[in-house]
Design a protein around this ligand. Structure first.
Ligand code: ADP
Length: 214
């Protein structure tokens, strides 16, 4: 099963991707997490990406396309995958189409987690994250409920970066949804409510027996 999670920053993609990974045993490919790992390791790419992420802007398409090409070519992707955070621009979406063709596979579903902009702004400001497992938590939570690691705030969840992230999403990434709507593979999922409720909607969209519902 080849899935793509689409949604604005703060729409809950990472949370649902983790659930799908655990449930179906397929890798979760999150370009934001991959970039943060490069930054953490101090690689040349990490040094280039760090100020871009901190400002809430996008890393250049050629870098991101190279990163996803490399990752999807790994053997663990042969049995399916969940892509989260890519494509964010039309050139990235077109490159992914070419890559899927080269790999002899296709996207089964694009799961669009739909959340209003006002709620996104509220969710992102003050959000905390576990540096070990990347789970996110509301403001003033002390430690990760899963592994006990003290939580931190992502640079791009600081107030000054939140609005630019939403603005670039609206201008550059919303057209990507239209690209997939044209292909007839988008399931629109109400992203409001509890995590359990949203998980139920995601699983219903995928279908228990591999049949997909719009
Ligand atoms: P969110 O969806 O909450 O913004 P991510 O972890 O997916 O968070 O991404 C964090 C940042 O990483 C983005 O704001 C952007 O700077 C960079 N990034 C991730 N994926 C891409 C991509 N496909 N193209 C360009 N930049 C990206």
């Amino acid at each position: 099963m080849n899935l793509l999670l689409y949604g604005a920053p703060g729409s809950g993609k990472g949370t649902q991707a983790n659930m799908l990974r655990d449930r179906f045993g397929i890798p979760h490919i999150a370009t934001g997490d991959m970039l943060r790992a490069e930054i953490q390791a101090g690689t040349p790419l990490g040094l280039e990406a760090q100020p871009i992420l901190a400002r809430g802007q996008y890393v250049p398409d050629d870098i991101m396309i190279g990163m996803i090409r490399n990752r999807l070519g790994k053997p663990d992707c042969a049995g399916g995958f969940i892509i989260d955070g890519f494509p964010r621009t039309i050139p990235q979406a077109e490159a992914l189409d070419v890559l899927m063709h080269e790999l002899g596979c296709s996207l089964d579903r694009v799961l669009y987690l739909k959340v209003d902009v006002s709620e996104l702004l509220q969710r992102l400001s003050g959000r905390l994250v576990c540096p070990t497992c990347q789970r996110t938590y509301p403001p003033s939570t002390a430690a990760c409920a899963s592994d006990g690691t003290p939580l931190v705030q992502r640079d791009d969840d600081k107030a000054e970066a939140v609005r630019p992230r939403i603005e670039i999403y609206l201008s550059k990434t919303v057209p990507v949804l239209e690209h997939y709507r044209g292909a007839g593979i988008v399931s629109e999922i109400d992203g409001r409510g509890t995590i359990t409720e949203i998980t139920g909607r995601v699983l219903a969209a995928i279908g228990e027996n591999g049949r997909f519902h719009a």
